[in-house]
Design a binder for this molecule. Structure first.
Ligand code: GLN
Length: 205
């Protein structure tokens, strides 16, 4: 049974672990130190504050090891700050802010501006599941640019920011600007568990 690690340096890692459990993941562990990485087959990077997460990843010496695991094909899901941590390029990042990479995307931090620091939007992500998603955005980033290897999973569908890319997939890496772990909608976590369990992911074990 593959074990999913939840990066527990900072942010809402507990909520994600609960969502993973409720979505059917059997083996879940928190990741903080390099040795915690030895027992995981996939990683979830929570929302929080990416500048702090980046600093803590360096301090706890997991930045390089996680980078390597993602580059080798480990399945990963990042939400909000987690999406920022997976980006190859940042707009409005701190000058010394490092990421794990994994997605050939340019992410703009705090993209929706202060006046709408937090909001909810209804959107569709047909690759994940049918029907509407109630997406919760909290000082959220968006994907400003992406390579042809990146699949768009969801966009903002109406209003001022219509068309903004807010969920993407590239190989075994998925990311959302919003926070499914703050709702009781488990479809994103179930999709991630399916990705972890697919034969291509399990070949790595
Ligand atoms: N604005 C935060 C950052 O830059 C992300 C917010 C979140 O994860 N809810 O890291």
């Amino acid at each position: 049974m593959p074990r999913i690690g939840v990066l527990a340096l900072q942010g809402d890692f507990r909520e994600h672990a609960i969502s993973l459990r409720d979505a059917g993941a059997v083996s879940i562990s928190f990741v903080k130190n390099p040795q915690d990485l030895q027992t995981i087959d996939a990683l979830l990077i929570p929302g929080g504050e990416s500048t702090a997460m980046s600093k803590l990843a360096k301090a706890f010496e997991v930045l390089e090891p996680i980078r390597d695991l993602i580059a080798k094909g480990m399945p990963v899901y990042g939400s909000c700050a987690g999406m920022i941590m997976l980006a190859s390029k940042l707009v409005d990042g701190n000058s010394d802010q490092e990421t794990f990479g994994g997605l050939d995307i340019t992410v703009r931090r705090n993209a929706f501006g202060r006046q709408v620091d937090s909001f909810e939007a209804q959107l569709h992500a047909p690759e994940i599941a049918d029907g509407e998603f109630n997406a919760v955005f909290i000082r959220a980033p968006w994907v400003e640019d992406f390579s042809s290897d990146v699949e768009v999973l969801a966009r903002i569908e109406s209003g001022q920011h219509k068309g903004a890319v807010v969920a993407v997939k590239q190989g075994n890496v998925i990311a959302s600007s919003f926070h499914p772990e703050l709702t009781n909608d488990l479809r994103f976590h179930k999709y991630f568990i399916k990705l972890v369990n697919q034969p291509q992911s399990l070949e790595r074990l």
